[in-house]
Design a protein around this ligand. Structure first.
Ligand code: HEC
Length: 117
């Protein structure tokens, strides 16, 4: 009996770990550590969907923040807040290898003749 319980627990454990991260209904943000900072600081000018639809590494996220600070009136963050925001963004919205579709094979592109039809 004890062994059966242990086995069941072992089988269920990875399932629990793989459980999808909880999504905040109002913003669509993944509710992982730091998400409240992004909710507060990143939804005032555009939808949070602008954030959740983006994928980038930490450096590129930082570049977007610097661009918004330089050109879009985004305010400055203290170093600790900025680090937590970047940690959250880089961990939860990292680059994805297949973000762009594959190139269309040349044979499927319009041929010069097609223009004359
Ligand atoms: C003061 C206003 C403001 C705030 C606050 C703000 N943004 Fe932006 N952001 C903009 C503007 C303006 C644009 C460009 C127009 C658009 O996409 O709506 C933009 C664009 C973006 C884009 C699209 C960039 C691209 O290259 O396509 C992302 C991603 C983004 N913001 C993320 C964030 C994150 C993350 C935060 C919080 C750290 C944030 N924004 C806070 C003004 C702001």
């Amino acid at each position: 009996m004890k062994r059966k319980l242990l086995l069941t627990a072992l089988l269920l454990l990875p399932g629990a770990a793989l459980q999808a991260a909880e999504i905040d209904e109002a913003t669509g943000l993944i509710r992982n550590p730091g998400w409240e900072l992004v909710r507060i600081h990143c939804g005032g000018c555009h939808s949070h969907a602008t954030v959740t639809g983006q994928r980038a590494d930490r450096q590129t996220w930082l570049g977007m923040i610097r661009w918004m600070q330089a050109t879009q009136n985004l305010w400055q963050f203290d170093a600790a807040t900025e680090a937590r925001i970047l940690d959250y963004l880089a961990e939860n919205y990292p680059p994805q290898p297949n973000q762009r579709r594959a190139a269309i094979p040349p044979a499927l592109l319009p041929q010069p003749d097609a223009r004359r039809l």
